[in-house]
Design a protein around this ligand. Structure first.
Ligand SMILES: Nc1ncnc2c1ncn2[C@@H]1O[C@H](COP(=O)(O)OP(=O)(O)O)[C@@H](O)[C@H]1O
Ligand SMILES: [Mg+2]
Length: 325
């Protein structure tokens, strides 16, 4: 995937841009300099369809929108070639930063159903304001290893936000999500099984069946007994993660899936390491507070502050607590 190709997907991206419905906001938006000679959208679509679609033999049951097609096929093609997936069945959800698709896996190699999280082009163009999470966090390369501080060329590129630097930042963002899934899954956390990673896509275990994907907890009301048990399970996971020096960083009922009585934690790109990030306590406290908010609504008695303090005193290693009022 060529990371300089984003302009090709401008129209696709527009669909997810709330400003497009707001003419005034749109007018106020600063025009962006155009770096490439513009191709018409039809030219682009034809080009992409030729190289990755029909000619490549990758036909999908799911019929992507006209602007979605190029990005989707280009993102998933490598997994198709590797015989990891054989079809795309449906769009599960367009989230904040990524679209998640239900794919037919190759049962000889992987699972029958697979979730493909395909980050959208915009995600790479302006990485969201993730400074808080990145504090102290090294940049990861596509092999999952950290870039050395002595790699001056890359360090300079990152500082200058050159295309090499921007690309390295994208790879890092994706690799944090992937390597965290690996680490947590290995340790027995309730997370999807990571299966493969590409330039802007993660393949992982799918929660749901052929007809329906798992709901996120915020969409669901639980029975009191179940609520209590699932709350304990979320807390077990938060503590297990802390033991592994991982804080989710965006945990809430929106990033916990529910399927047939079981929960699965998802969406890990902004994970933070409590041993290096000076804001770790604040981030953990927020995760716990948000989880408790949901479970309190479901009738569970829980005191987010007390839980946070207890966990932090046990696992918060070398970082000072935020001052108490
Ligand atoms: N492994 C999975 N199985 C089934 N559905 C999933 C899976 N992962 C994500 N989803 C669905 O896709 C949505 C977006 O995924 P998420 O990782 O939260 O990305 P975003 O950063 O866009 O919020 C989720 O809210 C959930 O509905
Ligand atoms: Mg999410």
């Amino acid at each position: 995937m060529n990371f300089n190709d984003y302009d090709k997907y401008a129209e696709y991206e527009e669909q997810f841009d709330p400003m497009r419905y707001d003419r005034q906001a749109r007018r106020k938006r600063k025009p962006k300099p155009v770096h490439m000679p513009k191709k018409s959208s039809m030219e682009v679509i034809e080009e992409v369809a030729e190289t990755v679609g029909l000619e490549g033999g990758f036909q999908t049951t799911y019929q992507p929108g006209i602007f979605e097609e190029g990005w989707l096929l280009e993102s998933l093609r490598t997994f198709y070639t590797q015989a990891l997936i054989q079809d795309v069945l449906a769009l599960v959800k367009g989230g904040k930063e990524a679209n998640v698709y239900r794919c037919e896996g190759n049962p000889a190699v992987t699972d029958e159903l697979i979730a493909a999280k395909v980050y959208r082009p915009r995600m790479f163009r302006n990485l969201r304001n993730d400074k808080l999470y990145r504090e102290g966090r090294p940049i990861l390369k596509s092999n999952g290893k950290a870039v050395k501080k002595t790699d001056h060329r890359l360090m300079r590129a990152l500082g200058k936000k050159s295309s090499l630097g921007v690309q390295a930042a994208h790879t890092s963002w994706l690799m944090y999500e992937y390597t965290t899934l690996q680490k947590l899954h290995r340790a027995g956390a309730a997370v999807p099984k990571p299966l493969a990673v590409g330039d802007n896509t993660i393949l992982m275990g799918y929660c749901g069946d052929r007809h329906e994907a798992a709901h996120t907890l915020n969409e669901i009301d639980l029975q009191p007994d179940e609520a209590q048990a699932l709350f304990q399970e979320v807390m077990r996971n938060i503590e297990l993660m802390l033991r592994l020096e991982v804080i989710h960083g965006d945990l809430s009922a929106y990033n916990i899936l529910y399927w047939q009585g079981e929960i699965t934690l998802i969406d890990f790109p902004q994970v933070t390491d409590p041993t290096v990030n000076p804001s770790a306590a604040v981030i953990l406290e927020r995760d716990i507070t948000r989880v408790c908010q949901y479970f309190a609504e479901q009738g569970v008695t829980c005191d987010a502050q007390a839980i946070f303090h207890e966990l932090w005193s046990r696992w918060g290693t070398n970082i000072e607590l935020p001052s108490e009022e």
